[in-house]
Design a protein around this ligand. Structure first.
Ligand code: SF4
Ligand code: SF4
Ligand code: SF4
Length: 635
C-alpha cells in the first residue's frame, strides 16, 4: 500500500514481481565539462521553434540526440552535433539518414513523426515549421565538450586540439543515470557491483572447483585423486558397498554381469562427475522447458538431454564396458580389430605395480580381467578436436579416432555451421553447451557486455594456436619417434608442471574457470572466451548462412535481447538497424528471440539468391502459428 503500518513497523508483502514506479528513471548524465550547470544547458527539447536562428550544440549519439538535432535544424537553428565516437552506432538508420540529408541540404523536407522518447524530445512535423526557417547541422564527430561559456563552447577533438564554436544553447542528450541509489537503499543487488559476501562466495566456489577437478582428474599438480585412492576414500571404497548386497554380491563379482560393470564404474570419480552433469542437464533442462515454453526450446533441450545421457554417460560408463566384458570386442574378432582403433586395451597393472608407479598411473587403473579398454574415449563421438584432444594426442595413432576427428572437425561441423550456424553444435550437441543452456539458463544475463570484454573474445585463438602446435608436434613425433618433437610435445602437453596444456587449459580453464564462473558471470565464460573449437568455428562461421532476422518496426529498444545474450552480443544494435545478426559468437540458444516482447527476432538463413528462409520451429511464442507464413518485415 502507499503508506506503511502505524508506528513505523515493517510491512512484509510477498510478491513474485516488483514494478518500480518511482516517477523518474534517475538523474540526467553529466558531461563532465566546465560550465555544464549554466542555465543554457538543457536535457529535454520541448519546442524546437524556440531556437530558430540560434547557435545550438547537441551532444549525444542516440536517437534522442539525433531527433533533437533534426527537429532544431528543421525549425531554423544552426546546430553543431557533437559525438564522442567517429560514427553513429545506436540510432535507427532512418534517423541517421535524415540527419545526413539535412547536413547535405539544410532545406531538405524532413520531419520527426514519432520520437524515440517523447519524454526528452518532441515530434516535429512539416506543418509546424511553416514558413520554413532554414537552419543547418554540422556534425562534430570524435569530439567531447571541454567547456561551456556564455557565448561559446569548447570541443576537444580526439587528437587533443580544441575548437571553439559560437553557442547560445546546449542540449546534452546523453541519457540518464539509473536510480542506483534507490536500489542500493532498497537492498536490490545491482549487476556489476560486487559486495563482500559475493566476493567471498565466488572465491570459495573457485576453491571448491579446484578441488573437484583435481579429485576427478589425475593431475600431478595437486594429486588429490591419488591421495583419495591411497587412503581408500570415496569413490575408491565403493566396491565394498556391493558386499552388502547379499545374494547379489556374487553377481557383482562376475565380470560379465551388469552389476560388476556398475561396481567397476562406480569406483572412478569420473562416473560421479558425469552422473552429476547428466542430472543437472536433465533437471535444469526441465526447468528451462517450463520457463521458456517455445517449441524450439523444448526440442533443443530434449536433444541436449538425450546426447548428454546416452553417448556421454551410458555409452562410456556402462554399455561399452559391459559389452567388452561379454566378449564383444575380443581380440581376433572383427569388432575387436575395430575396437583396437578406438579403445586401446587398458590391462591393469598389479597392486604392486600401482604402488610402485605412483600417482599418474592410478587414473588409468582398471580391473585386470583382460577385457578392459579405454572406453572413456567414447566422448570423442560427440566432443570434437580441439575441444576434446585426448583421442588425437595419443602415444600411437588411433586411426579410428583420427578418421572420426577429421570427419567431425573438417567436414560435419563446417557443414553444420554453413547451414545452421555455430549454434548447431554449441547449442544442440556439445556437453558444455548443454550445461550452459540448462543450469546456466537462469544466469545468462550475468555475462558482461561491452567493447572491453569483446576484446577478450580472441583468447580462444591463442588456445587454438597451442592445440595446433601440439598437433604438429604430435604428428612429427609419430613420424620420428624419440625425436625432439616427441619431447617438446610431452613437455607441453603434460610434462612441465602447471604450464602444460592438460592442466592449464583442460583442467583450469575449461573446468575450474568454466564452472567456477557459472553463477557470477553466466555459464558461457569458457565458450565465449577460451574454447579452441569455438575459435576454429568462428573461422568457419564467416561462410555461414545463419542469421537472426529483425522486424525493426516492432522494436521498442528495450534492450532485453542484448541483456539475455550469454555470448555478450549486442543484439539490439542489429535489431535497431534491421541488420541480420550474423555474429559468429551466437550459439542459437534462442533466449533473445524468445524474450523479445514484441516478436521482432526470428532465426533463419539466407537461401538461394540471399532469399530469407525462416526456421520452421518457432523460437518465440509470438510466432507460434505463423510458421510457414511469411512474417512481416522479414523480407
Ligand atoms: S564453445 Fe566450445 S565448449 Fe562451448 S559449446 Fe561450443 S564447442 Fe562446446
Ligand atoms: S544472439 Fe540470441 S540466440 Fe544468439 S547467443 Fe545471443 S541470445 Fe542466444
Ligand atoms: S528485445 Fe525485441 S523489442 Fe527489445 S530491443 Fe530487442 S529486438 Fe527490440
Amino acid at each position: 500500500g502507499p503508506t506503511g503500518p502505524p508506528g513505523g513497523a515493517e510491512l512484509i508483502v510477498r510478491a513474485r514481481r516488483v514494478i518500480v514506479a518511482i516517477g523518474r528513471s534517475g538523474h540526467f548524465r553529466t558531461l563532465g565539462a566546465v560550465g555544464e550547470h549554466k542555465p543554457k544547458v538543457y536535457h529535454r527539447l520541448h519546442d524546437p521553434k524556440d531556437f530558430a536562428g540560434r547557435n545550438v550544440l547537441v551532444v549525444g549519439g542516440g536517437d534522442a540526440a539525433l531527433e533533437a538535432s533534426i527537429a532544431l535544424a528543421a525549425a531554423g537553428a544552426h546546430v553543431t552535433h557533437s559525438y564522442r565516437r567517429g560514427a553513429f552506432q545506436r540510432p535507427k538508420p532512418e534517423n541517421v539518414e535524415t540527419l545526413r540529408r539535412l547536413v547535405a541540404d539544410p532545406a531538405a523536407d524532413v520531419a520527426v513523426e514519432s520520437p524515440a522518447s517523447e519524454r526528452v524530445t518532441t515530434s516535429y512535423s512539416r506543418a509546424m515549421g511553416e514558413p520554413r526557417n532554414e537552419g543547418s547541422i554540422r556534425p562534430a564527430m570524435s569530439t567531447e565538450v571541454a567547456a561551456i561559456h556564455d557565448d561559446a563552447v569548447d570541443l576537444r577533438r580526439a587528437d587533443g586540439s580544441v575548437e571553439t564554436v559560437p553557442n547560445d544553447v546546449v542540449f546534452a542528450m546523453i541519457g540518464r543515470q539509473p536510480p542506483l541509489e534507490f536500489f542500493r537503499r532498497s537492498g536490490v543487488p545491482i549487476r556489476g557491483e560486487w559486495r563482500a559476501g559475493q566476493i567471498i562466495t565466488f572465491g570459495l566456489f573457485i576453491v571448491f572447483c579446484v578441488l573437484l577437478y583435481h579429485w576427478k582428474s589425475a593431475a600431478g599438480e595437486i594429486p588429490l585423486q591419488s591421495w583419495f585412492a591411497a587412503k581408500g576414500w570415496f569413490p575408491f571404497n565403493v566396491g565394498r558397498w556391493f558386499e552388502a548386497l547379499g545374494p547379489l554380491a556374487a553377481s557383482a563379482e562376475d565380470p560379465t554381469n551388469v552389476l560388476y560393470t556398475l561396481k567397476h564404474s562406480m569406483t572412478t570419480p569420473g562416473f560421479y562427475y558425469s552422473l552429476a552433469y547428466c542430472t543437472c542437464v536433465v533437471l535444469f533442462g526441465l526447468g528451462r522447458i517450463r520457463r521458456r515454453r517455445t517449441p524450439y526450446v523444448k526440442l533443443q533441450t530434449c536433444v541436449l538431454m538425450a546426447i548428454q545421457c546416452v553417448p556421454l554417460f551410458v555409452l562410456p560408463e556402462l554399455l561399452l564396458p559391459w559389452a567388452g566384458r561379454n566378449g564383444w570386442f575380443d581380440r581376433g574378432t572383427v569388432a575387436g580389430a575395430v575396437a583396437d582403433q578406438f579403445f586401446e586395451a587398458a590391462d591393469a597393472p598389479s597392486d604392486e605395480q600401482l604402488q610402485a608407479a605412483g600417482a599418474d598411473s592410478i587414473s588409468d587403473w582398471d580391473r585386470p580381467i583382460g577385457r578392459e579398454r579405454q572406453y572413456w574415449r567414447a566422448y570423442g563421438f560427440v566432443l570434437a578436436w580441439p575441444l576434446f584432444v585426448w583421442n588425437v594426442f595419443t602415444d600411437r595413432p588411433l586411426w579410428g579416432w583420427l578418421a572420426v576427428g577429421v570427419l567431425q572437425t573438417f567436414v560435419v561441423i563446417p557443414w553444420l555451421i554453413h547451414r545452421y550456424g555455430k549454434g548447431a553444435y554449441c547449442g544442440w550437441i556439445c556437453s558444455c553447451g548443454a550445461l550452459a543452456e540448462t543450469m546456466g539458463d537462469a544466469h545468462r544475463h550475468k555475462m558482461p557486455h561491452g567493447p572491453r570484454w569483446n576484446r577478450l573474445n580472441m583468447a580462444g585463438q591463442v588456445v587454438l594456436a597451442l592445440a595446433c602446435l601440439l598437433l604438429l608436434l604430435r604428428i612429427g613425433g609419430w613420424i620420428r619417434p624419440g625425436s625432439w618433437m616427441t619431447r617438446v610435445y610431452g613437455a607441453l602437453l603434460s610434462g612441465v608442471p602447471f604450464f602444460n596444456y592438460k592442466w592449464s587449459v583442460d583442467l583450469m580453464l575449461a573446468g575450474v574457470l568454466g564452472l567456477g564462473c557459472y553463477f557470477w558471470f553466466s555459464g558461457r565464460v569458457w565458450c565465449r572466451f577460451a574454447c579452441p573449437l569455438a575459435a576454429l568455428m568462428h573461422i568457419y562461421a564467416r561462410f555461414s548462412k545463419f542469421r537472426i532476422f529483425a522486424d525493426k518496426k516492432k522494436c521498442i529498444s528495450c534492450n532485453v535481447c542484448t541483456s539475455v545474450c550469454h555470448q555478450g552480443i549486442d543484439v539490439m544494435n542489429f535489431a535497431n538497424k534491421a541488420a541480420p545478426m550474423e555474429d559468429p559468437q551466437c550459439v542459437r540458444c534462442s533466449a533473445c528471440v524468445q524474450s523479445c516482447p514484441t516478436g521482432v527476432l526470428s532465426f533463419g538463413r539466407l537461401g538461394r539468391h540471399d532469399h530469407v528462409v525462416l526456421d520452421r520451429v518457432p523460437a518465440s511464442l509470438l510466432h507460434v502459428g505463423a510458421v510457414g507464413r511469411p512474417r512481416p518485415g522479414h523480407g
